[in-house]
Design a protein around this ligand. Structure first.
Ligand code: GLC
Ligand code: CA
Length: 560
């Protein structure tokens, strides 16, 4: 044990939306370098950058056309080297987003592959014959429609794409592909980066392509059982990671394992297996079963966090991924609506932003904070459905319209749930361009919220709460201490952290109402209380917590 990332506090930078340095409305690498002094005072020591490689930007950089080049919108290789060395000079680590599952259709490999089966690059991708004018199977893409598309240049064959049709999947059965990806990773590791976030790695293996997935519908069906978490993923991952760690043993491998259950996460983070050092699963956030409104798809209707389910999930993950396995702690990322919108309280936005942070990040695990959450930002708004440029939004809107929804209601629902409205430029200051850019930003999102400068000047801000929280998080009690949920009331999220000599009790009122908790005898005389949020009133044997209020009690001797 004892890797640097055991104490990592990761901040996810969405490069296009962080800071524009050259006035073209797009955030860039030089912008990040300019703002490097922002992180240490906040308590962050690691930056994860969403993809920065050369890309036609069909999927904001996840469609890579050159794994060895920086996208010109974001800067140059020189800007990159400067960013890394300036970051290191400040003790900050850099984690890059590595896209393994697919490339852009503009990537030279795919352009070569289009020459047909005789071309050596043809087998870098996944192809199949149709049947009687039909697609090879009924599997559906995450981005809507089928996973299969035909290219006019290649007769009778379809290529496979789990995501957008301009993002063909790589064929990981091909050892040449596996070798190429190791080469790419080592190239960046040699350039000094400290870690890799492995994009969508759970999809590297696919089942036999010549089978349909059972469904009642006629259209394509997202068939996770055919292309998520198949056993071969683990051998591909192990080979890939071994190929990097041989020369770069300290590189932090953070896997994106969207649909991984806790047991799969345990597999992927098996100690000494050269797989992931930690994974991010989207299964942390079960939602309350929705009243059956089947006419309108649920994907763009806000769903409330199911708190009981969440307590169970956290317990499962905390108790299963015991040390030396690691887990990640996060509330959001670029693929989901912001936590303030999804989980926070409308009546108590400030308090709930702070209390949710305390709740999550003092647990056992590596915090991964989505940029802007330290300001308590909520989802921004786009002015029209067309601005989303997303066929799944169109499908939702059509169904909602047919069910009699007003245009305003449809737009409001999409704004509150879409990933794009969670990717707004970071507001640095008041005034024109919000200190992000001097011109209109690349994404026309209207973002509410108090900018960085104002929050840094206000000791009571969400920003300052994060600062105090991350300071506390660095204590061994909160990195290595045992975790146990104390499920004393439905309105309460409470847990203890325990080491041999110390114990902390974290209490969070997750309701919009004032609540009183009778404290167990062991907690009636804590040595200290930290991070108070909202109103916390102590009585002899109880504590009254105002709506969305929270507190951390600490004591020296340990009781169980
Ligand atoms: C991951 C990314 C997502 C991207 C997809 C395809 O899920 O987080 O943003 O669209 O992979 O690369
Ligand atoms: Ca720029």
């Amino acid at each position: 044990m004892g890797e640097w990332y055991d104490n990592a506090i990761v901040y996810q930078v969405y490069p296009k939306s962080f800071k524009d340095s050259n006035g073209d409305g797009i955030g860039d690498l030089a912008g990040i370098t300019e703002k490097l002094d922002y992180f240490t005072p906040l308590g962050v020591n690691t930056l994860w950058l969403n993809p920065i490689f050369k890309s036609p930007q069909v999927d904001n950089g996840y469609d890579v056309s050159d794994f060895y080049g920086i996208d010109p919108q974001l800067g140059t290789m020189h800007d990159f080297d400067t960013l890394v060395s300036e970051a290191h000079a400040r003790g900050l680590r850099i984690v890059l987003d590595m896209v393994l599952n697919h490339t852009s259709d503009q990537h030279p490999w795919f352009q070569q592959a289009l020459q047909g089966p005789q071309n050596p690059y043809y087998d870098y991708y996944i192809w199949a014959n149709g049947h009687a004018g039909q697609r090879p199977n009924n599997w559906g893409s995450f981005f809507g429609g089928s996973v299969w598309t035909q290219h006019p240049q290649v007769k009778d064959r379809y290529y496979f794409h789990l995501f957008e049709r301009r993002m063909p999947d790589l064929n990981w059965r091909n050892p040449l592909v596996r070798g190429e990806m190791i080469k790419v990773a080592n190239f960046w590791a040699d350039r000094g980066i400290d870690g890799l976030r492995l994009d969508a790695f759970i999809h590297l293996a696919k089942a036999d392509l010549h089978q349909n997935y059972p469904t009642t519908g006629a259209g394509p069906v997202v068939a996770e059982g055919m292309f998520a978490n198949l056993p071969a993923v683990q051998s591909y991952l192990a080979e890939f990671v071994a190929g990097i760690k041989a020369d770069h043993p300290d590189l932090f491998i953070l896997g994106e394992a969207a649909s991984a259950t806790v047991n799969l996460a345990a597999d992927y983070t098996r100690p000494h297996a050269d797989m992931a050092d930690a994974v991010i699963s989207f299964r942390y956030f079960p939602t309350e079963p929705h009243a059956a409104r089947t006419a309108v798809p649920q994907n763009y209707q806000p769903q409330r966090l199911d708190w009981l389910g969440f307590k169970q999930v956290m317990t499962d993950w905390q108790q299963t991924l015991l040390a030396p396995r690691r887990l990640t702690l996060y509330w959001g990322n670029h693929d989901m609506a912001r936590v303030a919108t999804r989980v926070g309280s409308r009546r108590y936005p400030q308090r709930s932003a702070k209390s949710l942070a305390t709740l999550m990040y003092l647990q056992r695990g590596i915090p991964v904070l989505y940029y802007g959450d330290e300001l308590g930002l909520s989802n921004g708004t786009l002015a029209s459905l067309a601005a989303f440029g997303d066929p799944t939004v169109t499908a939702f809107a059509n169904a909602a319209r047919a069910a009699g929804w007003s245009p305003e209601r449809i737009l409001e629902n999409v704004n509150a749930t879409h990933k794009l409205t969670a990717r707004a430029p970071l507001p640095w200051s008041d005034g024109v361009g919000h200190g992000f850019s001097t011109v209109a930003p690349w994404l026309a999102v209207t973002q509410e919220g108090t900018p960085v400068a104002d929050q840094m000047a206000d000791a009571d801000s969400v920003w300052h709460h994060y600062q105090a929280l991350f300071q506390l998080k660095q204590q061994p009690l909160f990195t290595t201490g045992a975790w146990q949920l104390q499920d004393w009331a439905p309105w309460l999220y409470a847990y203890t952290r325990t080491t041999e000599h110390e114990q902390a009790l974290i209490l969070v009122n997750i309701s919009d109402r004032k609540q009183t908790l009778t404290l167990p005898a062991a907690w009636q005389h804590p040595a200290a209380s930290k991070l108070p949020v909202g109103s916390v009133a102590r009585h002899t044997d109880s504590v009254t917590l105002g709506p969305w209020s929270s507190v951390v009690y600490m004591k020296k001797e340990t009781t169980n």
